[in-house]
Design a protein around this ligand. Structure first.
Ligand SMILES: Cc1cc2nc3c(=O)[nH]c(=O)nc-3n(C[C@H](O)[C@H](O)[C@H](O)COP(=O)(O)O)c2cc1C
Length: 331
């Protein structure tokens, strides 16, 4: 396939693995890249910039294809300066970075000075425009369906993507609620240059998430996610488990709950424990509404190949709606 992002990123198919804390490890990133898409190592999964360098080296040992590093700015420990993380990325020779979570301004100049291609992931056209002004190469736009932080505007991808496409000059990657080739076809038709997926790549053979978590999410429907932290203006979409309900109940009580009061429930360590031990209620599990459409655990190679052929079939079928002589055959 050929779109503006296959050229820019040097990949065969316009499919990107979004950054995923605790999930975006070397094995998964390499499997995605070896499948012809863009794998992504997630910096925030590693405790220090040095550990990130080692994870990048592990990824490089597993693939010769391009891969990126996700740098989630708001999640980085405030005591560790962004500079140290950028230095680790630059020194490791990484060519593609996905920034997310906050304005990329603190890191963009340094990344661009080293010729790194920057994908900035955001949730609104206004933030996309300001990132474009700062010089990012590609915008990844997360619709309301997305796992993680879908923003505060609640605009689904069907509206957000064409709105972003209309406003931006740089290539646009559609993100949120995409799990198969039909959705990919739809995104391309709406003007995307590619698609980004988190939840779908988490539910693959190569993802290190505990089997019980995978099976629980496979059994879930599109109604089984919940938005928490809305009262803190830091809305996050997670799998609807007892812990997420507990957070919501505290937020909804008279007077609400401060971040400090919720901190012990929101802790990253608890989320990690849930993903690694399979104790689904032990922590917050990030997942999108698209869990309702996912019912298998393919390898990344199977998934990417299937998506590409589904995408082609969907685009052919759409084309055939107009008949071979160009006259519509839909009565
Ligand atoms: C388990 C998990 C963890 C995530 N962690 C991060 C993260 O640390 N940084 C980030 O920018 N996005 C994170 N995301 C969001 C994804 O990169 C992507 O934007 C989102 O999953 C797209 O929606 P989808 O799940 O419907 O594909 C995470 C998603 C999942 C499923």
């Amino acid at each position: 396939m050929k779109t503006r992002i296959t050229d820019l990123l040097g990949i065969r198919y316009p499919i990107v693995e979004g950054g995923m804390q605790w999930v975006g490890r070397a094995e998964l990133a390499a499997a995605v890249s070896n499948a012809g898409a863009l794998g992504m190592v997630t910096a925030r999964t590693l405790p220090t910039p040095d550990a990130l360098c080692r994870e990048i080296a592990r990824t490089r040992a597993l693939t010769h294809e391009p891969f990126g590093v996700n740098l989630t700015l708001s999640l980085l420990d405030q005591t560790q300066r962004y500079d140290d993380w950028v230095e680790a990325i630059v020194d490791s020779g990484v060519r593609i970075v996905e920034t997310a979570g906050n304005n990329p301004q603190p890191v963009i100049a340094r990344l661009k000075a080293h010729g790194i291609t920057v994908i900035h992931k955001c949730t609104s056209v206004r933030h996309a425009l300001s990132a474009q002004r700062l010089g990012v190469d590609i915008i990844s736009i997360d619709g309301f369906e997305a796992a993680g932080h879908p923003g505060e505007d609640d605009v689904p991808l069907l509206v957000l993507l064409p709105a972003a496409r209309r406003a931006l000059c740089v290539p646009v990657i559609a993100s949120g609620g995409i799990a198969d080739g039909r959705a990919m076809a739809a995104a391309l038709v709406l003007g995307a240059d590619g698609v980004n997926m988190g939840t779908r790549f988490m539910l693959t053979q190569e993802s290190a998430v505990h089997e019980h978590v995978k099976q629980t999410l496979l059994a879930a429907s599109e109604r089984d996610t919940v938005l928490i932290k809305r009262s803190l203006k830091r809305t996050a979409r997670h799998f609807d488990n007892t812990l997420a309900r507990e957070v919501l109940a505290l937020e909804r009580r008279p007077g609400g709950a401060s971040h400090d009061e919720l901190k012990h429930l929101l802790s990253g360590a608890r989320g990690r424990s849930a993903l690694e031990t399979g104790d689904v209620g032990a922590g917050l599990i990030t997942a999108s509404q698209v869990i309702g459409l996912i019912d298998d655990l393919p390898t990344c190679a199977e998934l990417v190949a299937r998506m590409v052929s589904e995408c082609r079939a969907a685009l052919d079928a759409a084309h055939n709606l107009f008949g071979s002589n160009g006259i519509g055959n839909v009565k």
